[in-house]
Design a protein around this ligand. Structure first.
Ligand SMILES: Cc1cc2nc3c(=O)[nH]c(=O)nc-3n(C[C@H](O)[C@H](O)[C@H](O)COP(=O)(O)OP(=O)(O)OC[C@H]3O[C@@H](n4cnc5c(N)ncnc54)[C@H](O)[C@@H]3O)c2cc1C
Length: 550
């Protein structure tokens, strides 16, 4: 945590140097001493500090300065740092102005020049004021700050991106904080695009995309080499396992992830069926452990970078990234998993990110404390989300099309939901639309048995209506099954038009030699975490066999 600032302002350089010397001597172990020689310079310094999220404990300001008086400066500074202690430095002749300032700018104290000896006339007064400040002010947060609106989808996206990548940040809702609103206006004007992300170095980004945010947050977004033995697209359980096993076999390995490591599993609030963790673990925990393991073996990991296409120039497989860069490799593993299917119903699209969320959106749960929320879907992921949200929300309604939760949801989840008093299960209902001004307020339903339409007031709707493979970017290159999953090994049709070699495709090898697929994205995969980890690990055996041939 950076030290809070004590700012001294005086246009007389000699006096300023003397104040600085005395302040440093007594306070520099606990406070950062800054100086400015004019009102505008001081305001610029305060604005900078605010952008960085720095805190200001005390302003010690000379009254007589050209351009802007001390009282004028304290009035402006108060808007930026209302909690800072305000002290005016005056000559005897200005006592009247100092007294007036007590009301005008809520002055905390005025000091007469000269202040010698400081042990008697300066330090005791400032010590008192500083301890008053320390007693009432929370130390400010020293990391990344997001200023946005709860009802701006991009603000949600930035929060979710940083949270999933385990980058700490402080969130401020400008609808609830007037001083944050002013700060946003000073950076991006009166109708800014949100959010504004402030970094500790004083810089800021307006409504950044994932790649921009990743880069500024210190995550790797550029590959360090043009060529790798193995490139993996997707850092879900399959891609992470593939990377760990590949790198541990000595392969120069690059893992490309468009959002955050962990994939779907990373969004799970509690995984109870993963071998070796009898007490369960969160998806975030699993992802963090796997990332640490991959890094230990020297895997390079690009974050916030989608692979936008790929081509072959034998013996190389070349992957293009959304930022225009390319990387080449001998073996390519597609572990791009699946994405939650989107709802195509009236009113949904404009409310995505402002009450309607695809998947678990864990960064949002706490914002719905003591409110009513709904989940649409009846499989395990919906059940897990219901249990997670029930810790925060007043009520959670599970909207299920089927007549009962079983058999689609595992028994352990059905039982747990059955004994959670604030979860209500509505079976035989279909979601037909959503309504809300600026944010979700109500969902429309159709009850199958009665054929009746009804509505439910909810502040949020979490959507788990199934998943679809993410293969659109690879469709022209590798063969897919009728549902869009990638065909591999023995599942490739015999005499496939695109398979060019005499030998049979290896396990996990797609219709393009040297390009493999593992995990949920693969046709016929068992869509579970352990299965994805198993496939990612086992695919390395085929990758190594293939590499012996190039
Ligand atoms: C909420 C939820 C809870 C779940 N709970 C459980 C559970 O308790 N137990 C269990 O066994 N299973 C559970 N599952 C299922 C399990 O998470 C998946 O089967 C597993 O994550 C699949 O792993 P994967 O690596 O194949 O794909 P994914 O996890 O889908 O990962 C794929 C990754 O690839 C990235 N990607 C996609 N396209 C690109 C591209 N073009 N460029 C760069 N990156 C790309 C994605 O961003 C993603 O991170 C759950 C799923 C969900 C959604």
């Amino acid at each position: 945590m950076a030290k809070p600032v004590v700012l001294a302002v005086d246009d007389d350089r000699e006096v300023l140097a003397a104040i600085e010397r005395d302040l440093r001597r007594h306070f520099s172990d606990r406070y950062r001493i800054l100086t400015a020689s004019s009102g505008p310079e001081a305001l610029e310094a305060l604005n900078q500090l605010r952008r960085r999220g720095g805190s200001v404990a005390l302003l010690l300001v000379d009254q007589r300065m050209p351009g802007m008086t001390g009282i004028g400066l304290l009035g402006e500074a108060r808007k930026l740092y209302p909690e800072a202690m305000r002290v005016l430095l005056t000559a005897y002749a200005d006592t009247g102005a100092a007294i007036a300032a007590i009301n005008e700018v809520a002055l905390h104290h005025y000091l007469m020049k000269p202040w010698d000896p400081p042990e008697e006339r300066l330090y005791p007064v400032l010590e008192d004021l500083l301890s008053e400040w320390a007693g009432r002010v929370r130390p400010s947060f020293d990391g990344i700050r997001i200023l946005g609106s709860r009802w701006s989808p991009q603000s949600f996206a930035a929060r979710e991106f940083l949270m999933r990548n385990q980058v700490p940040y402080q969130w401020t809702d400008i609808d609830l904080d007037a001083s944050a609103r002013d700060l946003v206006a000073s950076i991006a004007g009166d109708s800014p695009r949100l959010p504004i992300v402030l970094f500790p170095d004083g810089s800021s980004l307006v409504a950044p995309g994932n790649a921009e945010l990743a880069e500024k947050a210190g995550l790797q977004t550029l590959a360090t080499r043009p060529f790798y033995d193995l490139v993996i697209v997707g850092a879900g359980p399959a891609g992470l396992a593939n990377a760990v096993y590949g790198a541990s076999e000595g392969l120069r390995t690059l893992l490309i992830e468009q959002h955050a490591p962990g994939g779907q599993a990373g969004t799970s609030s509690f995984i109870e069926n993963y071998l070796g963790f009898p007490g369960g673990l969160t998806g975030a925990d699993l992802a963090q452990r796997a990332v640490a393991q991959a890094r230990r073996f020297g895997v390079e990991m690009l974050i916030g970078q989608p692979a936008s296409g790929m081509r072959r120039e034998d013996p190389y497989r070349i992957v293009s990234l959304a930022d225009g860069h390319e990387v080449s490799c001998h073996a390519l593993v597609i572990a791009a998993g699946m994405a939650v299917r989107e709802l195509d119903l009236p009113g949904i699209a404009p409310l995505v990110g402002t009450g309607v969320f695809y998947g678990a959106a864990m960064s949002e749960a706490v914002l719905y404390r003591d409110q009513d929320v709904a989940i649409v879907g009846g499989a395990n992921s919906a059940g897990q989300c219901a249990l997670f949200l029930s810790r925060y929300a007043r009520s959670v309604t599970l909207l299920v099309r089927a007549p009962s939760l079983s058999p689609r949801m595992s028994r352990y989840l059905v039982d747990r939901i059955g004994v959670t008093s604030n979860i209500r299960v509505m079976t035989g209902v279909e979601l037909t639309g959503a309504r809300g001004e600026r944010h979700l307020q109500q969902v429309a339903l159709l009850e199958h048995e009665k054929g009746e339409a009804r509505s439910l007031d909810v502040a949020a709707l979490f959507v788990f209506i199934g998943v679809a493979p993410r293969t659109e970017r690879f469709a022209g290159l590798v063969e897919l099954d009728t549902k869009g999953f990638i065909l591999t090994g023995p599942d490739l049709p015999r005499g496939s038009r695109t398979w060019p070699l005499e030998r049979d495709p290896l396990m996990f090898e797609t219709s393009v030699p040297g390009v493999f697929a593992a995990g949920d994205v693969r046709s016929g995969a068992d869509r579970r975490i352990a299965a994805a980890v198993g496939e990612g690990s086992a695919a390395i055996h085929s990758v190594l066999r293939y590499l012996r041939t190039v």
